[in-house]
Design a protein around this ligand. Structure first.
Ligand SMILES: CC(C)(COP(=O)(O)OP(=O)(O)OC[C@H]1O[C@@H](n2cnc3c(N)ncnc32)[C@H](O)[C@@H]1OP(=O)(O)O)[C@@H](O)C(=O)NCCC(=O)NCCS
Length: 193
C-alpha cells in the first residue's frame, strides 16, 4: 500500500468524525418571534441581570455575578470562545422590540463522538411564554443539520422542573448514570434520529 493511499485514508477517517464547526460569520437564527444573534458588549446589562438573579441561579452551579464589570468580562470571555470555535453562544432577542431576554449556547464539543452540551437561561419576566421552547427547537436543528452533531447533552438539577419539562418535551432522555460528580445534577441526552 502506498503512503499516499494511507495518508488519504487517515484524512477521510478524521473528516468523517469532524463536525462543521465554524462560528464566523456568526450563525444568526430566526424563529417566529425571536432573533438569536451574537452576544455583544451592548448586552452587559442583560447578562448582569441574568447572572446576578438568585431565582435564575437557583439551580445553576455558578458564582453569581456581582458587578457590571464582571458581566463585561464574561461577554469578552465568551466572544473569545466563539472566535476560536470552541462554543457558540446566542443572545435571545424578541425580534419585534429587539430586546434581550436570555441566552442559549452549545459548548463542550467533542469531535470524535460528535457531541456537545447545551445551556440556556431566560430573564424571569420572560419565562413561561414558550420562548425557550422556540429557541431550543431552532438550536437543536442547527446542531444536527449544520454542525452535524450526533448527540446533545444537558446537565440539569433534579428539582429544576421547568428545565426538565423543556428537555423532556424535546425528547431528551435522562440517564441513570450522571456524568457529573454531583448526584443532584441529572444528565439528559438527545441523540440525532
Ligand atoms: C429553564 C427555562 C429556560 C425554561 O423557560 P420557560 O420560559 O419556562 O420555557 P417554556 O415557556 O418554553 O416552557 C417549557 C415547558 O416547561 C413548563 N414549565 C415552565 N415552568 C415550569 C415550572 N415551574 N414547573 C413545571 N413546568 C414548567 C412549561 O409549561 C412548558 O411545558 P409545556 O410545553 O408542556 O407547556 C427557565 O425556567 C429558566 O431560565 N430558568 C433558569 C435558568 C435555568 O435553570 N436554565 C437551565 C439549566 S439546565
Amino acid at each position: 500500500m502506498s503512503s499516499d493511499f494511507l495518508r488519504n485514508l487517515r484524512k477521510i477517517k478524521t473528516q468523517s468524525n469532524m463536525t462543521n464547526r465554524t462560528f464566523t460569520p456568526f450563525p444568526i437564527l430566526v424563529t417566529e418571534r425571536l432573533t438569536l444573534r451574537a452576544l455583544s458588549m451592548d448586552d452587559e446589562q442583560g447578562i448582569f441581570a441574568l447572572r446576578s438573579d438568585s431565582e435564575i441561579n437557583k439551580y445553576l452551579d455558578r458564582t453569581p455575578c456581582e458587578t457590571m464589570e464582571e458581566a463585561g468580562d464574561f461577554i469578552q470571555k465568551i466572544s473569545g470562545f466563539v472566535k476560536k470555535n470552541e462554543s457558540v453562544y446566542w443572545a435571545i432577542t424578541l425580534t419585534e422590540h429587539q430586546s434581550f431576554v436570555g441566552t442559549i449556547c452549545l459548548f463542550g464539543f467533542t469531535d470524535t463522538e460528535r457531541k456537545c452540551e447545551i445551556g440556556y437561561e431566560l430573564l424571569t419576566d420572560f419565562q413561561g411564554r414558550g420562548i425557550m421552547s422556540e429557541a431550543i427547537h431552532e438550536v437543536i436543528e442547527y446542531a444536527f443539520k449544520t454542525l452535524k452533531i450526533r448527540a446533545i447533552e444537558a446537565f440539569c438539577h433534579k428539582d429544576n422542573k421547568a428545565s426538565i419539562r423543556l428537555l423532556e418535551t424535546f425528547e431528551f432522555v435522562s440517564s441513570s448514570e450522571s456524568g457529573n460528580d454531583d448526584p443532584d445534577y441529572w444528565e439528559f441526552t438527545l441523540v440525532e434520529r
